[in-house]
Write a protein that binds this ligand. Structure first.
Ligand code: ADP
Ligand code: GLC
Length: 503
């Protein structure tokens, strides 16, 4: 099978969150199952920098672009996955992040940027980019690729489309003027198509037009059909429920494995877990906390946004300070949350360590050095940090929602007795429920043998991509059987200009 995988970020090329971890590892797992999968991303400067050797394989005149858009071809690093970068410098060659300015505001032309990206993806999807390669399935991810299934629906012959929701809270909403300037079909401005409360919704392009929709955990696939989690799209998702399913994300254990993690000062594994303590001391030092091995250390890494329930942790600080524990938090996000955390860190420098930063090495050290990982998310489509915590022997404390509910087994006495417990699960998004879970963790931590068993159960759990990649391949097969495309014989690509990038 030929699969085109479209995303707006992929590790190690460019990353803001878990989508990059998935887009950087799922295609590789699928390629290792001998399917021809190719990844397509916008050519942001860090993506060009980290991709290494690239060559220009096509120049595409596209509506909305003053100059032809170049398609650069290379390789997703450390994989056999072919990579295409959509090179439109006026849109993507900028400082700042993939979606926002260096100051953290959305780029004002995000609608144009991701419409252009979608049009380039469609050219490749329809074998109209001169690559002599016809995908059977186009796998789109999140709102940035939402127009792809919509635009492809206008074609008489097209590959099957799959749209994966990584986070329904981000929908790509723009005003009517934008809709007009993008020159999309007039009749798409309707509730049945791309209009959402008088706005253009990119994500609806995926939800309405894709042949199938997945999300990144079975529980979230059910939750988003309810008003509490549906972000206003629950009616549409309920309507499409026959074509909606959940596949839990996997972990790239080459990147997230304490036994061979080059970003850690000390490696360890389930057979030799002792060196975890050395990482704890390093973590305490990194955050300027007193090095106290017996004191329980809680950690958190993530985007500082309401989704992650960071405000619940803030509310609890007075209570937490009455307990014998330390807390470290690494993240960036909403300015008010950043400031509140900074202030707490300044006030209690020997108990609370705060780093407002995006720092990959430190994220690994928090996973390795903390005793327990806090993840009190209000909603969590899948969540990867709790999966990393399990492997790093850092039992997570999670709310029973989305992928958290699907991956962590609560340390009830029964589950402990059966050796299936791997963390602490609480139900309500309230400070009181979170505190109860933290207290249960403190109590179990005081029982070294029971704690060790909890750690080891998590460390031995297998969330590698194998099972999930097989589920995607099964789905791709069913979709392409329903909508077969004419095959072309593999041939040479059109242009062979070579652009070599030195890093
Ligand atoms: P989400 O995608 O909602 O942000 P996930 O748990 O799926 O949440 O994935 C988050 C990913 O981003 C993890 O790989 C995590 O380590 C990384 N990450 C988030 N914030 C930071 C940060 N401040 N520094 C380094 N890595 C971060
Ligand atoms: C989103 C979700 C997160 C998920 C990630 C990768 O950013 O918030 O729960 O793990 O995508 O699918």
């Amino acid at each position: 099978m030929n699969i085109l995988f479209a995303a707006s970020e992929a590790h190690p090329l460019v990353k803001t969150g878990g989508l990059a971890d998935v887009a950087g590892s799922l295609p590789r797992a699928i390629r290792n199952s001998r399917q021809e999968i190719r990844l397509i991303l916008p050519a942001y400067p860090p993506a060009i920098k980290h991709a290494g050797r690239l060559k220009v394989v096509a120049e595409l005149p596209l509506p909305g672009a003053a100059a032809p858009v170049r398609l650069l071809q290379g390789q997703l690093p450390h994989s056999r996955v072919t990579l295409y970068l959509v090179d439109a410098p006026a849109y993507f060659d900028r400082p700042g992040g993939p979606y926002s300015t260096p100051e953290g505001n959305d780029w004002p032309d995000n609608a144009e940027r991701f419409a252009l990206f979608a049009r380039a993806v469609c050219r490749v999807a329809l074998n109209r980019a001169g690559l002599a390669w016809q995908p059977d399935v186009v796998h789109c991810n999140d709102w940035q690729t939402g127009l792809v299934p919509a635009l492809l629906s206008l074609e008489a012959t097209r590959p099957a489309t799959l749209f994966t929701i990584h986070n329904l809270a981000y929908q790509g909403l723009f005003d009517h003027d934008r809709f007009r300037s993008l020159q999309l079909p007039e009749d798409w401005w309707s509730m049945e198509k791309l209009e959402y409360h008088q706005q253009l919704s990119f994500i609806k392009g995926g939800l309405v037009f894709a042949d199938h929709i997945t999300t990144v955990s079975p529980t979230y696939a059910r939750e988003i059909r309810t008003p509490q989690f549906g972000c206003g799209l629950e009616g549409l998702l309920e309507h499409r429920r026959q074509h909606l399913s959940g596949i839990l994300n996997g972990v790239d254990y080459r990147v997230w494995n304490p036994g061979q993690d080059a970003l850690l000062p000390y490696t360890y594994n389930a057979h030799r877990p002792a060196a975890k303590q050395n990482n704890k001391a390093e973590l305490q030092k990194a955050f300027g906390l007193p090095v106290q091995s017996e004191r329980m250390l809680f950690g958190h890494v993530g985007r500082l946004v309401e989704q992650k329930g960071i405000d619940l942790i803030l509310q609890l600080l007075p209570e937490l300070l009455q307990r014998r524990l330390q807390l470290v938090i690494l993240g960036t996000g909403q300015p008010a949350l950043e400031e509140a955390l900074r202030a707490a860190g300044r006030k209690h420098p020997d108990r609370i360590g705060i780093r407002i930063d995006y720092d990959e090495a430190l994220a690994h050290l928090v996973e390795a050095g903390a005793d327990s990982f806090l993840m009190p998310s209000r909603f969590e489509p899948c969540g990867l940090n709790q999966l990393y915590s399990l492997r790093y022997g850092t039992p997570p404390i999670v709310r029973r929602t989305g992928g958290l509910a699907d991956s962590v087994v609560d340390a009830s006495e029964e589950a402990l007795a059966r050796h299936t417990a791997s963390g602490f699960v609480f139900t309500d998004a309230s400070a009181a429920d979170l505190l109860q879970a933290i207290d249960r963790a403190l109590a179990l931590y005081a029982r070294p043998a029971a704690w060790k068993q909890l750690m080891l159960t998590g460390m031995r759990a297998d969330f590698s991509w194998t099972r999930s990649a097989a589920a995607y391949i099964d789905l791709y097969t069913r979709l392409s059987d329903l909508r077969p495309v004419a095959r072309t014989r593999p041939g040479k690509t059109s242009s062979t200009d070579t652009l070599t990038v030195s890093n």
